[in-house]
Write a protein that binds this ligand. Sequence first.
Ligand code: NAD
Length: 407
Amino acid sequence: MIKPSKITISSDGAFNVPDYPIIPFIEGDGIGPDVWRVTRRVIDAVVERTYMGRRKISWLEVLAGEKAYRETGEWLPSATLDTIKEHVIAIKGPMTTPVGGGIRSLNVAIRQRLNLYACVRPVRYIDPVPSPMKSPEKVDMVVFRENMEDVYAGIEWEPQSREVKRVISFLKDEMGVSVPEDAGIGIKPISEKNSKQLVAAAISYAIDNHLGSVTLMHKGNIMKYTEAAFRKWGYEVAREKFADKTLTETELFESFNGKQPEGKVVIKDRIADVMFQLVLLRPDEFHVIATPNLNGDYLSDALAAQVGGLGMAPGANLGHDCAVFEATHGTAPKYAGLDKVNPSSLILSGAMMLEHMGWKEASSAVWDALRRTVKSGFVTYDLARQITGAKEVRCSEFGERIIENIG
Ligand code: NAD
């Protein structure tokens, strides 16, 4: 019997994944336990069948959210963060945002305290999930959203507070800028370091997965020193780190007559508002999108809707030292414990996790089995009510059917 051990990272940043890795999980609140139970069964079955017992995940529960609060009096115990760091990769269900718990959002706290600088959301169509698009199969993109700064940095002051009055008088007296006396104020920091590491991760992903382009989505025409700076740093990091593997859209047309050379990723940029039109009108022109936090938040949900909603969309938060994979929907408290909801978001996040570990065959097997199950028409209530002729099954039964459909 092989003893399970930890995943480690070498000094060059490479992952060392043992055949029996220990992976921490947070089951989450509300519907979290329902979807986690099914996800765990599906991932275990896929790994078992793909590697014939040669590989196996040893799951380690860590506490966060309501369960942590009940058992330890803390919403996010530091032992949880330490264990995730120590084991490099973790997966989590959705968590309640505590009201008045001293934490603005557990998810934001996890991202910031583990330095998870990129939120990654693949958006892919699974036939025949109902979609508002005419050709939803053309939607196949991965959004890399900056995760640590922008207006999400949490630097803001309440209207009429002592603090906001000081900021307003500083702006007036020291900077010569006038702000209405009754305004609330938030600060939008966008740094060179964070922008470059995010765009570099997006370009590496495009290169590794042979994808055609990385689009920098920004609102730089209006916000010159934040969003336009993001765009500038994006092009800079492409030149500095990936000169031999990338070219700009201008170079593509000036030097290659618009014909993309083999093995090169095109770096382009689009203004955020135009981008929302383009992903609807010409989705097949986009492969990887790198963008600051707020744009990315809006765009990821809008794209998820293009392929059938958040119940299906997986997500990951990546850092240099660790990665946390997560369901993108919330805790849907009214469905908690009913064994009713769609577990696809967390299952597909599990598939992303397997890919990140280098277990690519197992990752593809999850996507394939889930696609076959949805195609067979046995789906959870959210899809059943929209697909003609589909039969509603419970969350756990949907999972069993995915397991039956593993190739
Ligand atoms: P929600 O995503 O929990 O639920 C909204 C509605 O979407 C549900 O009523 C349900 O109809 C549907 N839904 C959600 N997940 C589904 C699934 N897997 N299958 C089928 N239908 C599904 O959003 P909310 O009601 O705004 O938030 C509830 C709680 O979740 C809040 O405390 C919020 O802060 C938290 N939240 C957590 C995360 C996270 O942990 N990543 C994300 C969003 C919201």
